[in-house]
Ligand binder design. Sequence first.
Ligand SMILES: *Cc1c(COP(=O)(O)O)cnc(C)c1O
Length: 356
Amino acid sequence: MHPHDKLFIPGPVEVSEKTWAAFSRPLIGHRGEDFKNLYRRIHPKLQTLFGTKQPVFLSTSSAWGVMEASIRNVVDRGVLCCMCGAFSDKWFDVAKRCGKKAEPLQVEWGKHIDQKDVDRKLASGKFDTVTLTHSETSTGLMNPLPEICCVRAKYPDVVLIVDTVSSFSAVKIEMDALGIDVMLTGAQKALALPPGFSLFSVSEKACARAGKVPNRGFYFDFLEFKSEQAQWMTPSTPSIGHIHALEFKLDEIFQEGLEARYARHARTNALVHDWVRRAGFDFFAEEGFRTKTLTCVKNNKGIDVLELARRLREKHHLVIDPGYGKIRGQTFRLSNMGDETEQTVSHLLACLDDVL
Ligand SMILES: *Cc1c(COP(=O)(O)O)cnc(C)c1O
């Protein structure tokens, strides 16, 4: 691999040399047997990772594309957007830009969405859709997904969209068992693939809803994805390199074993947490609701975060994030997503100690 600065930002994350090698395999035609066989081979593994019996779709777009698609395909009467950070807040903005009736359920950044508040809102009968970000990457928070899914189950007509961009494959998420209707993830975070690609799955209920919602467009029409997937194809020419890389990554994931993979993320995350306490910092996200794939460190010591990031990059060629949006400088984020191990995360922490 060319000498480069290694990414410890929470997306895009470092892509391994082996993954790049798979990405640059020779192209195949997307309407031929080779492609159909490729999609057919990866599909059962994707279903296992999603915890679903539904088809899993491949989208050549970043995750925002599928977020917008979800809104356009399933929101009819109104959407409740659970908001607790930059990504979950964005769902509300996207819904309004798509011309949908949307209402925020906003909590302070760093706090979690309480299922009782979701219950109260849904009881109004105003909403046919809820958006929820499982792992809020901007604040390092993980929402109580099973609890919120239990509440949603009281409202069988409500479609639940869950953004799992920074938790998918690092934390167990059982789409069917939880009753998630649209589950989506991007390539460049927990999966450690190059950016520009997304995966999603849609329940039968959400597909039926899409069938009744007008103006779904073409590129992101769920029903186009569904009919094409039935023939192991995608509606338009996909990024074939991504699908080759995905096949390689899936092999790696299942060789490691899902439980071992979840446990590795829990251990590397705990290492970062130990360092935060030892270094005298605090956490931005409230206790009990911290995500497992990154840590949003609160700059309670008032250090110059941009300077810290600059020195880490210059001296050690490691890149961290100096905080997202309105909490830039007041926080910094350390990722343990993707291929990181105890060894690589310990190295990052030792280098942080050095520049601090
Ligand atoms: C990164 C991220 C997104 C957006 O992903 P893009 O690839 O930039 O479209 C959405 N949601 C969450 C939780 C994210 O972390």
